[in-house]
Design a protein around this ligand. Structure first.
Ligand code: NAP
Ligand code: HSE
Length: 430
């Protein structure tokens, strides 16, 4: 007799309905690959009467996700509601406490409660699959937990938010406005319930905190991530970056430094020809650098119903096969503290845009301030000529310590010809 794995799905939005379609469309394949009949037995959402484009008539309906987590006739609780706390967290805790495995796409919840939930899972002999929580359809969690398990990871970085990548690359390609492209990303189902999480870098930071834990064997520590979003990126910055051979991407990076572990999410100039410089649209890219493997690159769709359902299904198939492992690669109690490295110790190059009055001596004053701070200039542009009027000056620096750069920027901000606060964007020559 063939085995059966019964699943209960909480949340029937973009990802939940995508998962139901995938399980129905690929049922034979899932059975052949897992050795089990994967059967949806129960579902839950807010509105029972909403038309979701999928047939729910064969499943038991629950209004309350926490009740479903413990009472449904199911082996696995699939959490696709979202949110850092509230019902998603409550129901996940209830399922784990009842000894049920959980599969979730909820990076926000794991970024804050990942370590505690991993402990709860282990205490109750079950696990949490979260492939869909990081980089959508890219199987990066599995790659880091299994395929790259023999490596000491030195750095993991990439494009972790499909909405931002879609916005930045579409703005560059079409010259359309930020607001217009964001509305399109929302309509496609890429954006979070609150899109401020996407454009503010918070969603990417949630994901980065999970990658950092997998990479360095540390507790998940969202608070250790330095976060900056793309809200202040202007079309002019994108155009200047292109002139210098760069593109602007929202980058997430976690790396071991001599000061500790640096975790950061911010807009960044990256070479157009680099792996992440050439990844556009809703695609994500994750690059892992390990001592044995060198650099391993992963590219794929980072959001949307199909890619995310693909990742959720992979976790469900693992459970159907009986594959269970510690949530963050090592037992939760052996995860180390995150040991954050301050951003003032970050070493890097910078893009600096200054809006100044076009007056004699201004350029000299700027270079004196940078020189006295020991910030070395790599390239500089001041093309327009508008005597007495504001003009942009764009400077690329050589590598310097961020604390030094911030002091120099504070001095520049006080220059009498400065018309608006200096704009600083990090550069990574990946
Ligand atoms: P969504 O389209 O907004 O769907 C959320 C679902 O949760 C809806 O069906 C909603 O019910 C249900 N829900 C909300 N509050 C509930 C409650 N109190 N009790 C029961 N159900 C409730 O969200 P989504 O885009 O599918 O995202 C789901 C999760 O996947 C989130 O954690 C998100 O971060 C993550 N994720 C999304 C993507 C993506 O591309 N969309 C990619 C990766 C990860 P109603 O439909 O009745 O309102
Ligand atoms: N809002 C997220 C994004 C969904 O745009 O990448 C995938 O996590």
């Amino acid at each position: 007799m063939s085995k059966e794995l019964k699943i209960a799905i909480a949340g029937l939005g973009t990802v939940g309905t995508g998962l139901i379609k995938l399980i129905n469309d690929n049922a034979d394949l899932l059975k052949a690959r897992s050795g089990a009949d994967i059967r949806i037995t129960a579902v839950c959402a807010r509105d029972k009467n909403k038309d979701r484009g999928v047939d729910l008539s064969g499943y038991e309906w629950f209004d309350d996700a926490s009740e479903m987590a413990v009472k449904a006739d199911a082996d696995v609780f699939v959490e696709l509601i979202g949110g850092t706390q509230g019902i998603a967290l409550e129901a996940t805790r209830a399922a784990l406490a009842a000894g049920r495995d959980v599969v979730t796409a909820n990076k926000a919840m794991l970024a804050f409660h990942g370590t505690a939930l991993a402990r709860l899972a282990e205490d109750n002999g079950c696990t949490i699959g979260f492939e869909a929580a990081v980089a959508g359809g890219i199987p990066i969690v599995k790659a880091m937990r299994e395929g790259l398990a023999g490596n000491r990871i030195e750095r993991v970085y990439g494009i972790l938010n499909g909405t931002c990548n879609y916005i930045l690359s579409t703005m560059e390609e079409t010259g359309r406005s930020f607001e217009d492209v964001l509305a399109e990303a929302q309509a496609e189902g890429y954006a979070e319930a609150d899109p401020a999480f996407d454009i503010g870098g918070i969603d990417a930071a949630h994901k980065l905190s999970l990658l950092a834990s997998l990479a360095f064997g540390t507790e998940v520590d969202f608070g250790a991530v330095s976060v900056e979003g793309i809200e202040r990126i202007e079309a002019g910055d994108i155009a200047y970056a292109r002139e210098f051979g760069y593109r602007i991407k929202l980058v997430g990076a976690a790396q071991q430094t001599t000061h500790g572990i640096e975790q950061r999410v911010h807009p960044c100039l990256v070479p157009q020809s680099s792996v992440i410089g050439s990844v556009g649209g809703v695609f994500n890219a994750v690059i892992v650098e390990g001592d044995a493997v060198g650099q391993a690159n992963f590219v794929g769709r980072g959001a949307g119903d199909g890619p995310t359902a693909s990742a959720v299904a992979a976790d469900i198939i693992d459970l159907a096969k009986g594959l269970r492992q510690p949530v963050f690669s090592v037992p939760a109690n052996s995860l180390k503290p995150s040991n954050p490295s301050p951003m003032s110790d970050h070493e890097g190059a910078y893009y600096l845009r200054l809006q100044v009055l076009d007056q004699p001596g201004v350029m000299a004053g700027i270079t004196v301030i940078l020189g006295e701070a020991e910030v070395s200039i790599d390239s500089i542009i001041q093309r327009s000529r508008a005597p007495g009027e504001p003009v942009p000056i764009v400077i690329l620096t050589h590598e310097t310590r961020e604390g030094v750069m911030m002091d120099a920027v504070a001095q520049l901000g006080k220059h009498p010809a400065m018309q608006e606060p200096p704009r600083l964007i990090r550069i990574e020559n990946f």
